[in-house]
Design a protein. Structure first.
Length: 285
């Protein structure tokens, strides 16, 4: 493959960026998360809102995506207030924290890790849109499945392993093998004391709320057809065990119900993340 073929966006990253934009466009305020920069990066055709994956049927998944994004940025804000100065985004995709929150991001060093091709595409889009790559943002190309020495690359990009960090991984673990996930957990667990990992994971489909199970089954089939199959699923207990075994000092599960209570209470439009679909591990060193 030549560079041009490689430098293409990851379709799963585009989808979640479009869901974040759709949230702002079609859901009534207050918005759980406001991100329209991802839409600019993706620059889809005019008819993007008619894509099958943007249909009303996928509303619960949109809720899940904005919930996890909001949770992560609240966590980063809270940890930055405690003096944590490094933020690592694993499988960053079209994450736009650095562009939307420059006042907070510029007080940190922000490291975006992603597959080399999609990341090269994003770098070019940031330049083309005149957003550029600010000095506090480091783009680190890595393929977690290629046995890359990604930790060394992160250090070479300015990461200080002697100082604590927030590490986020949303919408990535389901595309990775359990070995790659366990290896990542072990690396993050070895970070300086006071570091926090927040990682989303998919629960086995048969545990999902009955009303979203058909949607999950369609998502599974779609992901497979697009060449980005979901391959890893965990119950919360399995995920907490894996994180404990990786060496984290404290581990907790943040359920969709907890996210719904925190960010969607009082809404009258039915928008809320579905139970037992995608949930979060929060682990500290
Ligand atoms: C669904 S997107 C999530 C993007 C972002 N975290 C978010 O929540 O918007 C999945 C991301 O994982 C990345 N990814 C998938 N497999 C990967 C691998 N083997 N190595 C590095 N990144 C990977 C993709 O490139 C993509 O950016």
């Amino acid at each position: 493959m030549n560079d041009k073929q490689l430098a293409a966006p990851d379709n799963t990253a585009v989808r979640v960026a479009l869901w974040r934009a759709l949230h702002v466009e079609v859901d009534s305020p207050p918005h759980v998360f406001e991100d329209v920069v991802g839409l600019k990066l993706a620059a889809p055709d005019d008819g993007w809102r008619s894509r099958p994956d943007m249909s009303p049927f996928t509303q619960p998944f949109r809720a899940s995506i904005v919930a996890r994004a909001r949770f992560i940025e609240d966590l980063v804000e809270e940890q930055a207030a405690r003096g944590v100065g490094q933020y690592v985004i694993l499988g960053a995709g079209l994450d736009t924290f650095a562009q939307r929150r420059p006042e907070l991001a510029s007080r940190l060093l922000v490291f975006e890790i992603d597959q080399p091709g999609p990341q090269a595409w994003k770098r070019q889009r940031l330049v083309d849109l005149g957003l550029g790559i600010p000095s506090f943002l480091r783009l680190v190309p890595v393929d977690f499945e290629a046995g890359d020495a990604w930790w060394e690359r992160l250090a070479a990009s300015g990461f200080d392993s002697g100082r604590p960090a927030v590490v986020a991984s949303t919408g990535v673990s389901m595309y990775l093998t359990k070995d790659a996930i366990a290896a990542t957990l072990r690396k993050v667990a070895a970070l300086a004391p006071g570091s926090t990992l927040a990682m989303s994971f998919l629960l086995p489909i048969e545990l999902a709320d009955p009303e979203v199970r058909p949607g999950m089954e369609r998502a599974v089939a779609g992901a497979r057809a697009n060449g980005t199959p979901f391959i890893s699923f965990f119950t919360p207990t399995e995920m907490l065990t894996l994180a404990r075994e990786a060496g984290f000092r404290e581990v907790r599960h943040v359920s969709a119900a907890a996210l719904a209570q925190r960010y969607f209470a009082g809404r009258t439009d039915g928008l809320r993340p579905p139970n037992n679909s995608e949930e979060l591990l929060v682990a500290t060193t």
